[in-house]
Design a protein around this ligand. Sequence first.
Ligand SMILES: Cc1cc2nc3c(=O)[nH]c(=O)nc-3n(C[C@H](O)[C@H](O)[C@H](O)COP(=O)(O)OP(=O)(O)OC[C@H]3O[C@@H](n4cnc5c(N)ncnc54)[C@H](O)[C@@H]3O)c2cc1C
Length: 340
Amino acid sequence: MNNLFIYIELQDNGRVAEVSLELLSKGRSLADELDCQLEAVAIGTRLDGVAAQVMPYGVDVLHLFDDERLYPYTTIPHAAILTKLFEEEKPQIALLGATAIGRELGPRVSATLHGGLTADCTALSIGDYTDEQTGRHYENILLQTLPSFGGNVVATIVNPEHRPQMATVREGVMRKELRDTNYQGKIIRHDTKNYVTDTDFVIKIIERHIEHAKHNLKGASIVVAGGYGIGSRENFNLLFDLAKELHGEVGASRAAVDAGFVDHDRMIGQTGLTVRPKLYIACGISGQIQHTIGMQDSATIISINTDPNAPINAIADYVIIGRVEEVIPKMIKGYKSLGK
Ligand SMILES: Cc1cc2nc3c(=O)[nH]c(=O)nc-3n(C[C@H](O)[C@H](O)[C@H](O)COP(=O)(O)OP(=O)(O)OC[C@H]3O[C@@H](n4cnc5c(N)ncnc54)[C@H](O)[C@@H]3O)c2cc1C
């Protein structure tokens, strides 16, 4: 009762999605702070491999709902299961990935339970809150932080009255941290029939088309990212050349994507990917908050910019003042001369 729940998203090969492992890591530390248990819910079929994947993240209770009809995901049965389980278990907090699935499932469950949900949080913590109008003081509630008003304000949202306090978080925002490789929680295999009706399966997936990612930007240890200052799609080839030399991946700002210099799936920032590479080379990127929120945790940041006052320079470890068209060929030449 009153524990912290994570919805586990499953991929085709039975692997638990990265975002769910990241949420388990965050959930574990929040549960420790609240002195409650961390519970995970996996819904699908052939779930035998799930426990081994999630337990090392410190899961105390794993709820399994195994039924052939529950995979691939469809919203109605998954929502029915989560809603009933939450009615029974009364979690204080429930977290989902801000993925296509989590964005559909989370609001449906929270609306049915008359709770509240904060979408796309960038930070979660536990704290107190005093309602200035009523003077009421709330302890140990979920503080849900996210950029608002176009990213110009960082807002913290609270949901003091309703349970569960629900939030979605995008992949890459939270750090994945193993708790203990030998951690052993309890496994509860539920009888799915008690949670769904036949009419919940009114929608059937007849055909599925799966498109695999064209790059591994999220997992890359070196990212060469280009902004509007790159100037053209052709000039972006310089970035691909440098990334190839460094065995890295190419990322981009929204302005570069909007200008058609590079494909949308490479966008980094508030509405794109969150990356944490060992080295981030920001080329012709000014460094607006909506961009930096997706890369500011990179271990080392190099900025190449013609403007010495570009905001990105303030968070960069190294700043090269110059035109990317001139600087990058020199970097490639220099790197090649090292014989790497
Ligand atoms: C709701 C919302 C969500 C958003 N989400 C995102 C997001 O997820 N990701 C994102 O990136 N943005 C996002 N944005 C947009 C963001 O506010 C900025 O507009 C965008 O990041 C700017 O991109 P930029 O730095 O490439 O372009 P600019 O701000 O135009 O900067 C170009 C930079 O290039 C430099 N430059 C110019 N020529 C050269 C040259 N030859 N060599 C070297 N440097 C040069 C300039 O000095 C300048 O610093 C969002 C905005 C809103 C309102």
